[in-house]
Write a protein of this length. Structure first.
Length: 664
């Protein structure tokens, strides 16, 4: 095009030259246009933004074609109008032809080129004559222009062929990419006509390579045997098809002849023909059985979780950084709010205002398991203490926290009552003047009262957690520990232990009354002991014993059960019997009253005397009779009897000498 523009100009400028020189100048003009200007034009094209190039011009192609046709007609029919001759004027057609070629479909450019060639041949040959001019220059113009336009037409045709090939190659590559992408993202590819009947199936349909494809052709999706919608109804799907809308993820349930169930996901888009009319659908399908079954298992698991959560007595909820996403029925009842009004609300809505800072700190903590107490608030504004347990929990595929709430109002009241009871027991123990202690099953002191601490001169907590072996490592400690073990092993559950201990008042004789206490499983959990100081009593007993031993009167002590407890030396000297000889009253009556008749008489008199004494509210009476002594001699014995609660105290007086001489 540049050669056709500048070659005639050079020939015109150097027209006076000889023909050979003119032709050389002509070629130089061609070279000038090609060599000098073509690189500059190409560089300008590469550097200029697309919106500023010629093809970005807003001039319509029809206007360019009209201008080119008008200029050609005026040039070759009417002759030269505004240049020296019509040949130079015709050169102006080249830029217009170039612009038209870049703006219009190739057919328009080819048509215009043919028109221009015909006009050029007509004008140069003088109305359909041979392609010759009056002068060599004119013929050169004609030949040059004809060859230039012919070259342009060839270039346009070549460009068109190349463009068609590129378009066809791109279309083929695009189709290949589409099919490869469909194969990678799906199991099979399908097409339907405008009546929604299958016309094409590629890939293993329903897991079969080709056996089922023939059954699909010519049928609509609703007509396929064994298929039913899973994610939506046939009516809703048909509405999408009738509206020519793209659909994605249509899940169908397929039951094969062997009653096996599979799930398939189908997606499709409408296809239009070259005229823009709806021509059918095309899309892909894939097997989503594992996904659907996993999703159904997840839904069933979540439903089961909901059922289990609602069946628990604990209030449970799940929150996502403080926003509640799940609650169970117990939590709704505790807060006094329906489930649908609970979801989406903040935890702080159900916490006392003074506890908000504490809750925010808990929410920002990175600890795994949390346990704390706070003040809850129900929808009516009632405040109640709660115990909170929280731990990380995956819910709906996200890391959240599950919280268990327990209303501890009753527990706190119980603890308060228990503390009051413990305080009462502590006061009661400290009020008891006798030392009291209690130990666990391992023998460790759990506590003791004030009298115990004062008697031993120890602090209120000094013995806590220690065993008797820690405190008394000698023989006394081992004896007490052994007695404790025997107490746990005995069926009675009680024991009396007498020993001497060192106190702030010196060494004292004590009697320890111990009993076992049991846990809720009726297992021995420890023991309670009460310490009684018997030092003074033992001293009194010793003094009484010495008095009895030294007394000239015969003294005997019998338990109310009839067991002979004591006989002093004077009684042994009087009767000759030891305790081993008469261990009980039955043996005494047998030995002391060998005559059965006399024994019966005396025993009846004894019983009558005891009954009369008790009936009259007295505790002393006299009783006499003959007693057979160990040496076989009978003696007349007067007995002064004193009745006690547990013992019967008797003093025997020998009246034999007085009876024998007749003195009463």
């Amino acid at each position: 095009a540049l050669a056709g523009l500048f070659g005639p100009m050079a020939l015109r400028w150097f027209a006076p030259l000889p023909l050979d020189a003119a032709i050389i100048s002509w070629w130089l003009g061609d070279a000038l246009g090609i060599v000098a200007l073509a690189p500059a034009v190409l560089a300008w094209r590469e550097a200029t933004p697309a919106e500023r190039r010629l093809e970005g011009c807003a001039v319509p192609p029809a206007a360019l074609a009209a201008v080119a046709a008008a200029l050609g007609y005026l040039t070759f029919v009417s002759g030269s109008l505004f240049l020296a001759n019509e040949y130079l004027q015709a050169a102006l057609l080249l830029p217009l032809t170039m612009a038209l070629a870049m703006r219009c479909p190739p057919a328009a450019a080819y048509s215009l080129t043919l028109v221009l060639i015909a006009e050029l041949a007509h004008g140069a040959a003088g109305y359909f004559g041979p392609l010759l001019g009056a002068t060599p220059a004119e013929r050169g113009y004609a030949v040059h222009g004809f060859s230039a336009l012919t070259a342009m037409m060839v270039l346009f045709l070549s460009a068109h062929i190349l463009g068609v090939r590129r378009i066809a190659g791109a279309a083929k590559a695009g189709e290949e990419r589409f099919r490869r992408m469909a194969a990678l993202t799906s199991d099979w590819y399908w097409e339907q006509d405008k009546e929604f009947r299958f016309t094409c199936l590629e890939g293993p349909v329903l897991g079969e390579a080709s056996s089922l494809q023939s059954q699909f052709f010519g049928k609509r999706r609703q007509e396929l045997p064994g298929f039913e919608p899973y994610s939506m109804s046939w009516e809703a799907h048909q509405a999408d098809l009738d509206a020519h809308r793209t659909f994605q993820g249509l899940v169908l349930r397929y039951t094969d002849p062997e009653r096996r169930v599979r799930y398939y996901s189908v997606s499709g888009e409408p296809v239009c023909d070259a005229a823009g009319q709806f021509a059918g659908y095309r899309g892909v399908g894939r097997d989503v059985t594992s996904e659907v079954e996993s999703r159904e298992a997840l839904v069933a698991s979540e439903r089961q979780l909901h059922d289990v959560a609602d069946a628990t007595f604990e209030a449970l909820f799940v929150h996502d950084y403080g926003r509640i996403v799940f609650v169970n029925q117990a939590c709704c009842e505790l807060a006094g709010l329906p489930r649908e009004d609970f979801l989406g609300r903040s935890i702080l809505d159900f916490v006392a205002p003074e506890e908000h800072v504490k809750i925010i700190q808990q929410l920002s903590s990175n600890e795994g398991i949390r346990h704390y107490e706070t003040i809850g608030l129900n929808i009516e504004g009632r405040r109640f203490p709660v115990e909170v347990f929280g731990r990380p929990f995956f819910f709906h595929g996200k890391p959240m926290r599950i919280i268990a709430i327990r209303d501890v109002s009753e527990r706190l009241r119980t603890e308060a009552a228990l503390r009051g009871q413990i305080e009462f027991q502590r006061t009661l123990l400290d009020t008891i003047p006798s030392p009291v202690f209690y130990k666990d099953r391992a023998g460790r002191y759990l506590g003791y009262n004030r009298a115990f601490a004062e008697s031993l001169g120890i602090g209120a907590e000094e013995y806590i957690g220690k065993t008797v072996l820690d405190l008394l490592p000698g023989e006394t400690g081992r004896r007490i520990a052994a007695n404790d073990d025997r107490l746990y092993q005995s069926a009675a559950g009680a024991q009396q232990d007498e020993l001497a201990v060192d106190t702030v008042r010196g060494r004292r004789d004590v009697v320890i009354h111990k009993g076992v206490f049991r846990d809720d499983r009726q297992q021995a959990a420890g023991m309670v002991g009460v310490v009684t100081d018997v030092t003074e009593r033992k001293r009194s007993e010793q003094r009484l014993r010495r008095f009895q031993e030294l007394s000239p009167a015969a003294i005997g002590i019998v338990s109310t059960a009839g067991e002979v407890l004591y006989m002093n030396p004077a009684a042994f000297a009087l009767f000759g019997y030891r305790i081993e000889d008469v261990p009980n009253m039955e043996a005494w009556w047998e030995l002391a009253y060998p005559d059965p008749a006399y024994r019966a008489d005396r025993y009846a008199a004894w019983v009558a005397a005891v009954e009369l004494t008790l009936r009259e509210g007295r505790y002393m009476f006299r009783f006499d009779g003959r007693v057979r002594c160990m040496d076989g001699r009978d003696r007349w014995i007067e007995t002064m009897v004193s009745l006690g609660v547990d013992e019967i105290f008797m003093i025997f007086t020998d009246l034999t000498d007085y009876v024998e001489v007749g003195v009463t």
